[in-house]
Design a protein around this ligand. Sequence first.
Ligand code: DX5
Ligand code: ZN
Length: 213
Amino acid sequence: MDNIIIAPSILSSDFSHLADEIKRLEDGNADWIHVDVMDGHFVPNLTIGAPVVKSLKKVSNIPLDVHLMISNPENYIKDFALAGSDIITFHFEAAKEKTEDIIKHIKSFNIKAGVSIKPKTKPDEIKPYINDIDLILIMTVEPGFGGQKFMSDCANKIIEIKSFAKKDLIIEVDGGINKETAKYCKELGANALVAGNYVFSYGDIKEAIKSLR
Ligand code: DX5
Ligand code: ZN
């Protein structure tokens, strides 16, 4: 597919040189910067919060694609929006009946709203919200850690989602993306790909990103 969005995850970057890492990604033609926010509760790992997003915003010229892997996401939307997120994606499993309100809250900041689903969540669970969101983030690993193995069954959800989604929905896949799994997802109809470990361990960031397109 043309115009695939490549969103490298800074989870695999060198956190002691974040500004340099952002620059390397921009120079490597990344489309978005994927920012993995983990709370040690919704997922068994802790990463960063809104103050770091605010600092990243100062040095980034491309959109910040913020992936909230946190419980009670409704309590943090404002902080992440005001910090400069361009897209905020929260987990359906952490929101359930609050999903509609959280989507509205994100959109009130005039930014894109995304919903993510974990491997065991079925596409029809988010069907009621599909016309309200800009992006669906399909997890192809259990959220929490970079460098895990891609689960193709999860990527297959793209087919079902496409059957009921509007044409301009951004279908983003996250977890275990490399050259081969990227090809698989693109063939199914993904139009955005997150990649952490692959991009940062490849050696040449520009080549890594190019190989995913
Ligand atoms: C996993 C995160 C991913 C992760 C992707 O919980 O949401 O964004 O960093 O990393 P790789 O590409 O290494 O699987
Ligand atoms: Zn992510």
